[in-house]
Design a protein around this ligand. Structure first.
Ligand SMILES: O=C(O)c1ccc[n+]([C@@H]2O[C@H](COP(=O)([O-])O)[C@@H](O)[C@H]2O)c1
Ligand SMILES: Cc1cc2nc[nH]c2cc1C
Length: 363
């Protein structure tokens, strides 16, 4: 499934992008005055293969949740149980992501790819009502294992586990698109997951652990220095080859990072835009780009996370974040805030009059 997905990912359509650029030049506004939105509209036309690209249709956020063996190295101030407890909060509709999803009109799907603790939520039969109720968060349990292994001791995942998680992400993307989603948004939940995100960013971009690592949920100075050393130790132990992205995900990744990699690939293969959230999403996007370089065409950077690694990853991907509000929450919150910017970019191509049609004089 991974191989067929990668094979289905192709470049942006040049004629559609040319048509979008020409249309932008005829709309009743000074050329270039919509800045990044103009480039975004051109890329979305290239992804759809038609200008204007179809209106985006329903948005779906998928929150991939997992736990991390490296939590044992004290890289975060939060207990591991918070991952499962927040999953319950997402399903109850009480998290920030739920408030933002209601504001944006997006559905919420929570995917347990590897939460360590038993979920304090009702069984699957009590939660599958979400399928026909887009306003109700839905739980999908696809646990590969109950948390990764400690990457400072051994590989976080086997290659097979990493592949399984990637393929879950591909499948979730396909299911959401089949159910009508026109844009996918990434979300993540996993106490300690900024540590593997930093390691992935260091491997795929070649920067030092100290540059890729941030404070995550907000650790103090000694813990931050220790966290950098933990990332460094994992990189030294595994020395992962960036040309073998599955091996990188297995050595120093996480189950939600791997699933997000697949989610991005799945969107790209179906030529549906995928709006990236924070540092976990962009670390997974680097893995997706390493597996399929053309997948970058489907990626839209929702925001610039406060985590320093996010900026490094976005620069490598050549993506400009749509908003920059100092967010560092995850869950998909930054992607949801950026959603109206993306829909507005498409709306411009559909709704704005041309100089000719509106009788406005040109320069
Ligand atoms: O999205 C981000 O850029 C982001 C930045 C910092 C923290 N987070 C969230 O916080 C959790 C991980 O933080 P930590 O400090 O435990 O590694 C995890 O649930 C992430 O969703 C998310
Ligand atoms: C409370 C809490 C909520 C979160 N949402 C995403 N990551 C999180 C981490 C914590 C600690």
């Amino acid at each position: 499934m991974l191989e067929t997905t990668i094979a289905a990912i192709g470049p942006l359509d040049e004629p559609a992008m040319t048509a979008a650029r020409q249309l932008q030049a005829r709309l009743t506004k000074p050329a270039g005055s919509l800045g990044v939105l103009e480039d975004l509209s051109v890329r979305l036309a290239g992804l759809a293969g038609v200008c204007p690209p179809p209106p985006l249709g329903p948005a779906a956020v998928a929150i991939f949740a997992g736990d991390h063996g490296v939590h044992a190295q004290r890289v975060t101030g939060w207990p591991q149980e918070v991952t499962g407890q927040m999953v319950a909060n997402f399903l109850a509709g009480g998290a920030v992501v739920n408030a933002f999803a209601r504001q944006a009109g997006a559905s919420v799907t929570v995917v347990d790819v590897g939460v360590a603790t038993p979920l304090p939520v009702p069984g699957p039969t009590d939660t599958d009502h979400g399928a026909d109720r887009p306003d109700v968060p839905r739980l999908v349990v696809e646990s590969v294992r109950r948390g990764t292994r400690d990457m400072t001791v051994t590989a976080a995942l086997t290659r097979e586990e990493a592949r399984a998680a990637v393929e879950i992400g591909i499948r979730i993307a396909g299911e959401l698109i089949d159910a009508g989603a026109g844009i996918l948004l990434t979300g993540d939940m996993g106490i300690a997951n900024t540590t593997p995100a930093a390691a992935l960013i260091a491997v795929f971009t070649g920067v030092d652990a100290a540059e890729a690592t941030g404070r995550g949920t907000g650790v103090d100075d000694p813990t931050y220095q220790h966290k950098i050393e933990v990332v460094r130790a994992a990189l030294r132990r595994h020395d992962p080859d960036p040309d073998d992205p599955l091996a990188v995900l297995a050595a120093v990744g996480g189950l939600e990072h791997a699933a997000l990699t697949g989610f991005v690939l799945g969107a790209a293969a179906r030529r549906v835009p995928v709006l990236l959230d924070g540092v976990i999403a962009v670390s997974a996007a680097l893995a997706a780009a390493a597996l399929a370089p053309d997948a970058v065409g489907a990626m839209v950077a929702g925001h610039r996370s406060a985590e320093p690694g996010a900026t490094i990853a976005l620069r490598r991907l050549g993506l400009i974040p749509l908003i920059d509000l100092g967010l560092r929450l995850g869950e998909g919150t930054g992607a949801l805030l950026a959603l109206p910017v993306v829909t507005s970019a498409v709306r411009v191509l559909h709704e704005v009059a041309t100089f000719d049609s509106a009788g406005v004089a040109e320069k």
